[in-house]
Design a protein. Sequence first.
Length: 249
Amino acid sequence: MLDSSTAIACALLAVLISGLSKGGFAGIGALSMPIMVLANPPVESAAVLLPILIVQDMVSVWSFRKTWDRTVLAVMIPGMTLGVVIGYFFAARVAESAVLATVGGLSLLFGLHRLWQERGGAIVLASNSPKWLGTVFGVASGFGSQIAHAGAPPFQMWVLPRKLPRDELVGSNAICFAYMNWIKVPAYIALGQFTPSALKTSLMLMPIALAATIGGVFLIRAIDAQKFYKIIYILMVLIGAKLLWNGIF
């Protein structure tokens, strides 16, 4: 882990992107894991990122603690819990290449979906879609998060059409993913992913992760994020395609 300059650069960029996501740029955090595993082992990368995500969640939840949507939490959290459990059994029985392909596939699909929306594509789900469907998306979010810290795509596919105010969206996202990251800890322990090496790497990257999260809180309220998002989604498609190819072939 972090055994080359490329691996270090990928890790630093991953925690920077993750920090901006936790600071308010909800959704771009799905790019962190694909960047990390470009030059680092996927299973160990997930273990390195989880403690960082938990600490970043603390900053995010505190910053947006007064703005969140009760319905989103009530609908998504039960599904997320079930999704994490399913993801645990999946991760315990598959090869590392399958994890790599899963990361790439999620990144590719989400990036293409968001770019399609940026070009004016309609969102299929109406803003008043049934709550049970939101719970199903919560299951998908929990599964993607447990496998590859990539729970944002399903979450956003149900929540974004509700057209919440920006801060309510960010606050709801922060609380849901803070909860989900904590309940992933027992699964990671059971899978033996928290090695001394992984935890040491997490500690080394933590200052950068915290700085990026705090910076994201201020940036989200100061800049127009539309162009920034578009660049991120293009990167997600390119990186996702590469990882999917590597995982399959």
